[in-house]
Design a protein. Structure first.
Length: 568
């Protein structure tokens, strides 16, 4: 819990948890003031529960709760009386709300209403990370406020605001704190759960269970980071603010945009209605990856179709990973002789980096899969088990094919989130417009990108994010200190292509398809299927994700030199 000192007798913070009470007691707190109504979040501890636990430690608890922006003169007067009484009895007071903003606003209004120097109050609040100019306006009277107090009226304010608590967002928060533990950071994301999405392919292949890929978000976000459980609806980069769906705005010095991309299930007619039944599944969904394995085990004869939409998509190898693991099961069980496999790919090649194609083609041949390039899935009729594809082949442009199936594995089309695509931060295609080496926004110098939302020409994989995070963290710390940017990203991405149970082709490459192997060839040759790559994928990478990457430990992930990348 990060403590903000407002006066000799008053401190403030974000939400106080039961575990924080002992620490507050040790710091001499005798009176706890709650400025947050119950029920604002599902995991929020109630005031009554806190008050009972505080009382057992000899701490009095009082509630002066109000919603953000709805502070009343009566509450200010009540707080004035409470602080005066505490001062007379020599009690130390600690106030809290969701982020500390409401408590700071209440103290500021109470102080100014009693004649405190306006500029001094504003400066103290700013040091705590908040702009309280709107909160004190009713109590200022004719006293002029400093000219810059309404320059950034958004509340609250942070050194760094991170949009999205996926792999990039949480890892960036941890990496920033490793470099500067005093940073005030907010993570904005409404999700209660966090997922290790690379594991869903393994769920679909019967290797993992889907529950192994899921954890509670609250257990992963660093304790000193303010978690704003809201959705972002807009950006105002000229004013250094973002807008949340509850109406509040957040001000930042530096902004990281890392919301990922959107799986556009509605982009294929009938898919959403068919998914999870009638043999239609997708490893791109936590809810349906286990259904993939059910279908694979249950299919003894018939036709299995696997699809890949137009780029960009996250983990471009995932659609064919599903094919390989399914084919391997049917091969081992002896059912493959009665099952035909088809791979319909909107693109024109099996894999975008040619060095890995020969190894993959051997498995396409092994499983007797038929490849259909330049074909895009446009409609699914689950009830009748029919899939419709549109050809983009020059000789069959626009031709519509109807294909019957017994099992259909779909990779949905993907796009940038609407609140990014419609903003001033987006390029013409709707993607976050950043420099591919520094990951700094091309127009707004204090805006940075991470992960799948960017328009950088790299593979959209978790491994790419792992390499991007140290670049952004290093450059933000440099920017805050007024130093030159030195950290660069070389486009690294990795796609562990699970060609059979027990073997993986570990594709590692950067910008322009340049091979960027992490290990010497004698240990692990990425262009051939190996057991060692399987061990890395199955046993090591999940642990690295949960216990290293999300904790800010940057093993084998240090940034490259920015100047060298630009000069190359």
């Amino acid at each position: 819990m990060q403590i903000m000192t407002l006066s000799d007798t008053l401190t403030a913070s974000a939400q106080v948890e039961l575990d924080d009470l002992t620490s507050l007691k040790e710091q001499g707190v005798q009176l706890l003031v709650c400025n947050r109504p119950d029920g604002e979040a599902q995991d929020q501890v109630s005031f009554d529960t806190l008050a009972t636990a505080a009382q057992e430690l000899g701490i009095e608890a009082v509630s002066i709760a109000f919603k953000a922006g709805e502070q009343t003169p009566q509450q200010v007067e009540q707080f004035v009386e409470l602080l005066a009484s505490a001062k007379n009895s020599d009690k130390k007071v600690h106030a809290f709300c969701r982020t500390g903003n409401r408590s700071t606003c209440l103290w500021s209004a109470a102080s100014v209403s009693q004649g405190a120097n306006v500029d001094a109050v504003l400066a103290t609040a700013k040091q705590a990370g908040f702009d309280v100019s709107e909160a004190i306006k009713p109590f200022v009277g004719d006293t002029p406020m400093a000219a810059n107090t309404t320059e950034n009226p958004a509340k609250p304010s942070f050194d760094v605001v991170i949009v999205g608590a996926g792999s990039g967002g949480i890892a960036a928060a941890s990496s920033l704190l490793k470099r500067n533990s005093a940073l005030r950071i907010a993570l904005v994301d409404p999700a209660e759960s966090h997922y290790y999405q690379p594991g869903w392919t393994m769920v679909g292949g019967g290797v993992f269970t889907n529950t192994q890929t899921k954890r509670a978000m609250r257990d992963l976000i660093p304790n000193t980071v303010s978690w704003i459980k809201q959705s972002v609806v807009g950006f105002t980069p000229e004013a250094n603010t973002i807008q949340c769906d509850d109406g509040q705005s957040l001000h930042y010095q530096q902004l990281i945009v890392a919301p990922g991309l959107v799986l556009n299930w509605e982009g294929i007619k009938g898919l959403k209605e068919s998914l999870g039944k009638n043999g239609v599944t997708s490893n791109y969904s936590y809810d349906h990856s286990a259904y993939t394995w059910e279908l694979v085990k249950g299919l003894k004869k018939g036709r299995a179709i696997f699809t890949q939409p137009p780029m960009p998509i996250k983990c471009a190898g995932a659609p064919q990973k599903a094919l390989y693991l399914s084919g391997d099961h049917w091969y081992r069980s002896g059912a493959l002789k009665d099952i035909s496999i088809d791979f319909f790919n909107a693109g024109g090649v099996l894999f975008g980096v040619g060095a890995y194609v020969p190894a993959l083609q051997k498995y396409i041949d092994k499983y007797k899969a038929k490849t259909h390039f330049n074909h895009t899935l446009v409609e699914v009729d689950g009830d009748n088990k029919r899939a419709y594809f549109k050809s983009s082949d020059p000789e069959k442009e626009g031709e519509l094919l109807c294909e019957e199936f017994d099992m259909l594995h779909v990779c949905p089309p993907q796009k940038s989130p609407d609140f990014v695509a419609s903003s001033a931060l987006a390029d013409a295609g709707g993607w976050l417009d950043v420099d591919q080496f520094s990951l700094q926004h091309k127009k707004f110098a204090n805006v940075w990108g991470l992960g799948d939302v960017m328009n950088t020409p790299n593979a959209k994989t978790m491994a790419a994010v792992r390499k991007q995070v140290p670049v952004v963290a290093s450059n933000i710390v440099s920017a805050l200190a007024g130093r030159e940017l030195t950290a660069g990203y070389d486009g690294y991405g990795s796609c562990p292509l699970t060609v059979e149970r027990g073997k993986i082709v570990l594709a590692e490459f950067g910008y322009g398809g340049k091979l960027l192997p992490s290990f010497p060839t004698f240990l692990l040759n990425g262009t051939t299927p190996t057991w060692m790559a399987w061990v890395l994928k199955k046993d090591m990478l999940p642990a690295i994700y949960w216990h290293a990457m999300l904790k800010g430990r940057e093993w084998l992930a240090g940034p490259k030199k920015l100047k060298a990348l630009r000069d190359a």
